[in-house]
Design a protein around this ligand. Structure first.
Ligand SMILES: [Zn+2]
Length: 162
């Protein structure tokens, strides 16, 4: 590359990397990409895994490399960082809206204490009612729980708060 790579541009490109299980939300909006450093045209990306046991981390890592390579960045390093653990408060407002539009209840913001109350009475993404019950905290993936809405009688999933 002859041009100097700038960080805003890299962040913009990285917005193309979506969560493999929820293809409407980018790793940026998920709060998974925690740092981007550019030194001498080498791009270093730090990522923090979300749920322990989400098996998609290697896949996401490769996706980051692929997207940047596609845009002509040939020197990419991706580090998986555990310096600061991920929690669902890191999901951006744009990300929350994307989850909602996808039909998944976004995780409520919380003060890092997730108790059963926060899993109950989740707002229904279909009708907005909070007259809902938790069916099971174990959805189709480690990241989701299943709920039922007593107002519109839909069953829906929530991206679990963590
Ligand atoms: Zn409903």
């Amino acid at each position: 590359m002859n041009e100097v790579i700038n960080k805003e541009q890299v962040l913009d490109w990285l917005d193309e990397v979506k969560d493999p299980e929820i293809p409407v939300i980018s790793l940026i909006d998920l709060g998974v990409i925690t740092n981007v450093d550019i030194t001498d045209n080498k791009v270093t990306v730090d990522m923090t895994p979300t749920f322990v046991g989400c098996p998609a981390m290697d896949y996401m890592k490769q996706d980051v490399v692929d997207v940047l390579t596609k845009h002509g960045v040939d020197n990419v390093e991706v580090n998986i960082s555990f310096k600061e653990s991920w929690n669902s408060n890191k999901i951006t407002d744009k990300g929350r809206k994307a989850l909602h539009d996808f039909g998944l209840a976004p995780p409520p913001k919380h003060n890092l204490q997730v108790d059963i109350d926060i899993l109950e009475h989740v707002e229904c993404p279909n009708c907005g009612s909070d007259n809902t019950i938790l069916k099971t905290p174990f959805g189709p993936t480690a990241c989701r729980s299943i709920h039922h809405c007593d107002s519109c009688h839909e069953t829906f999933e929530q991206f679990k708060p963590l």
